[in-house]
Design a protein around this ligand. Structure first.
Ligand code: PSV
Ligand code: MN
Length: 382
């Protein structure tokens, strides 16, 4: 398949929470036109798809996106030309979860957390979603606070129950994160821990790599290559970071890293529907819809460059031990300006070659700013 066809087939999922207000621990900044409910979030996500043509699904976060009738929400998405993507569980915003959710020492709290995870699978059934994304804020702040091994046992028990509840065509992705909110020992701190739990369970359990969840300097593309090789790479939560889990626009802090990651995806056979390319970002300063459009374009650009790598030339340089030439082959692809190619592809499929400008001209922002008055704006945590 040629590069153009492969690029046109790319699918990038946007997160419902990116359209709501967000901020830092210090302040959530409100923006005009922000959605008041999941229906309006889907309408905004549909704009990202309308102008990029490659963002046809939207991840939900429960309970932030709780509605009475999930089938109706899925219908609404369909009418807007998008679909429901991964269902993200949330067992980190309830007083009960102060000492953890599925790893909490209290069996009552563990049962409550598990019930929520199973409710998320019900929502998958109702919306047709095939993916459950599990991130646990669980961990401890002080040495001795709880038994590290017992917490792993509790985690394994919960994951097993969820795994057995999954239906045909459904899977869960286990997300790891180095630290935050736990500062001493996080229960799923790294890909190795996530991988070990998923390996025990079977093929419906895979690891999701959130690019912001590693120690500075971590070679994320190595993790990608390794997980792909083992059939355990389920997808990405893409974002950028300068320091910790900054949730900035993907490809903004380190476009070269994004290219290296996408190169390993392509080279390892992961450029298929089996690996989900999801965004997990918050737009605290910039407007949200263009923030998502820009992010989608950044992923497309990194992907185009990765697809441009001359595999034969690279192999021959590698086999010949020609270090400089091998590196040059990779850098040639990275240094190629792929924007004209992507603009061309958009034109071919009837889109505006410049999605950012087309969105700005569309008047959508002016409309939502004028009409979405009253009600409570959605925000991180609501
Ligand atoms: C945790 O930091 C995380 O990356 C998980 O994916 C959550 O679901 C998401 O952020 C919430 O924004
Ligand atoms: Mn994430």
């Amino acid at each position: 398949m040629d590069i153009r066809t492969r690029l046109s087939a790319q699918r990038i999922e946007t997160p419902s929470w990116a359209y709501g207000n967000s901020g830092t621990r210090f302040k959530v900044f409100a923006q005009p036109g922000v959605p008041r409910d999941p229906y309006e979030k889907l309408a905004d996500a549909a704009q990202v798809h309308r102008f990029t043509g490659v963002a046809p699904s939207v991840a939900l976060h429960i309970p932030w996106d709780r509605v009475d009738d999930y089938a109706d929400l899925a219908r609404h998405a369909g009418e807007l030309g998008v679909g429901i993507g991964a269902i993200n569980a949330n067992v980190f915003q309830d007083d009960d979860y102060k000492l953890g959710s599925v790893t909490n020492p209290d069996p009552r709290v563990r049962a409550k957390a598990l019930a929520h995870l199973l409710e998320c699978v019900d929502i998958m059934d109702a919306t047709g979603s095939g993916t459950l994304k599990l991130w646990f804020a669980d961990g401890t702040n002080y040495p001795g606070q709880d038994d590290i091994r017992a917490r792993q046992d509790r985690l394994a028990e919960a994951l097993e129950s969820v795994y057995h509840r999954l239906g045909e065509g459904q899977r869960f992705l286990l997300e790891y994160k180095l630290f935050e909110p736990a500062f001493y020992a996080t229960d799923v701190p790294d890909w190795g821990t996530a991988y070990a739990h998923c390996l025990r369970l079977g093929p419906k359990a895979q690891v999701v790599v959130d690019t912001g969840h590693h120690a500075p300097g971590t070679n994320i593309e190595f993790i990608v290559a390794f997980l792909l090789r083992e059939g355990k790479l389920g997808g990405f939560d893409f974002n950028s970071r300068f320091y910790a889990d900054d949730d900035l626009m993907v490809g903004s802090a380190d476009p070269f890293q994004l290219f290296r990651i996408m190169y390993e995806v392509v080279a390892g056979g992961g450029y298929t529907d089996e690996v989900a390319f999801m965004l997990d970002q918050c737009h605290n300063l910039e407007p949200k819809i263009p923030g998502q459009i820009r992010s989608v374009m950044n992923v497309q650009e990194a992907t185009a460059k990765a697809l441009l790598v001359d595999g034969d030339a690279l192999r021959s340089a590698q086999d010949g031990g020609d270090v400089l030439q091998a590196n040059a082959v990779l850098m040639d692809a990275f240094n190629t300006d792929v924007r004209p190619l992507l603009a061309d592809l958009r034109r071919e499929s009837g889109l505006d070659p410049d999605p950012m400008a087309a969105y700005a001209r569309s008047g959508y922002f002016e409309t939502i700013s004028a009409t979405r008055v009253g009600g409570a704006q959605a925000g991180w945590g609501a």
